[in-house]
Design a binder for this molecule. Structure first.
Ligand SMILES: Cc1cc2nc3c(=O)[nH]c(=O)nc-3n(C[C@H](O)[C@H](O)[C@H](O)COP(=O)(O)OP(=O)(O)OC[C@H]3O[C@@H](n4cnc5c(N)ncnc54)[C@H](O)[C@@H]3O)c2cc1C
Length: 143
């Protein structure tokens, strides 16, 4: 089959698992487990984050190459939106040519939901699963 795959973010090629979910969280957990008492906490945290980032970047690149090198796969960067039955428009700045197909698989994943509480984002003390992974400096404690 010829397949077109639309992804809205270049930072999310390969999906949540390798970019903002399973892999980066376990990389940080693993690094925390490996830390020795003698390690400087801030320097160790910075290097763990850098290792996490290079791991996710490498996996993202590999995922891109795996798809980009297959002739039957067309990777499209942009946000997809249905404009008809089995017909999708992709916008990325401007609107790209429409895609239509016999089979359309909707695989949009999920995203963190923030309750509508005024000021909840102020002060940087409330996190979701994505922002927590980029907390800096390392929080003094996690409970
Ligand atoms: C913090 C965290 C840790 C996790 N750890 C684990 C774990 O250890 N083990 C495990 O099994 N699972 C884990 N999960 C769950 C796992 O990450 C998800 O179940 C899985 O990634 C979902 O895959 P998916 O293909 O359904 O969606 P996703 O991987 O989220 O893919 C959906 C993609 O669609 C894109 N997209 C969305 N809307 C559009 C649109 N309109 N146009 C174009 N593109 C769009 C998104 O950018 C995204 O890249 C974790 C989740 C989180 C949040």
């Amino acid at each position: 089959m010829r397949v077109a795959m639309v992804e809205q973010s270049d930072d999310m090629i390969g999906g949540s698992c390798i970019n903002v979910a399973c892999v980066p969280t376990k990389a940080l957990v693993h690094a925390a487990d490996e830390r020795r008492d003698a390690d400087d906490i801030d320097a160790y945290f910075a290097s763990a984050v850098a290792r996490r980032d290079s791991l996710t970047a490498a996996m993202r690149k590999k995922n891109f190459e795996l798809l980009d090198t297959v002739d039957s796969v067309l990777l499209v960067s942009g946000r997809a939106e249905f404009i008809g039955e089995r017909r999708v428009a992709v916008s990325a700045g401007g609107v790209l040519p429409h895609l239509s197909a016999e089979t359309v698989v909707i695989n949009t994943g999920s995203q963190p939901s923030m309750p509508p509480i005024d000021g909840a984002r102020l002060g940087g003390r409330i996190h979701d699963s994505v922002t927590l992974q980029h907390a800096s400096p390392l929080p003094a404690r996690s409970w």
